[in-house]
Write a protein that binds this ligand. Sequence first.
Ligand code: IMP
Ligand code: MG
Length: 173
Amino acid sequence: MVVGKPFLTVEQIQKRVRELADLISKDYDGREILAVGIMKGAFMFFSDLVRVIQSPLQIDFLIASSYMKTESSGEVKIWYDIREDVSGRDVLLIEDIVDTGVTLNYLRERILMKCPNSLRICTFLDKKERREVDVPIDYVGFEIPNEFVVGYGLDYDNRFRNLPYISVFKKRA
Ligand code: IMP
Ligand code: MG
């Protein structure tokens, strides 16, 4: 059950996505980006963001998960890996939400082993107070409190990903 009004509205989200895209386009200054979306959660953010980034850009995906329902299992499983050769590339890793940081830290180290020219991380949401592993994040859409949220790609049990806004999720008592 999804409660309350949107925590982040469609308008707030689209405004912030444009701001992030402008920052990214400025920072990369004409260099080609290899944008890697972490699926499934980042699919909506990823497609909105790459549409408004003005740098030359290639895309790739990886499918990873570390979460069972609302509890973190602490293990990361890769279901589908990056197909492009990342060595020498300017990689921008795009995530839906950073919670403990376990997933992103694992993926970051895995990509760094393949010797990209640079690796930056962009996350739509950041639950900073939950952080257990310190992972450097270059672009954050919104910092949010410790609530479980769904929508705009984020799920509970693979549901609610299609909501165009972010809502706080509470299980029925
Ligand atoms: P971490 O490894 O603990 O940082 O977990 C990150 C992953 O957990 C994210 O990529 C999401 O898939 C999932 N996750 C964490 N918090 C939430 C939430 O509030 N809603 C939906 N998924 C979440
Ligand atoms: Mg995710």
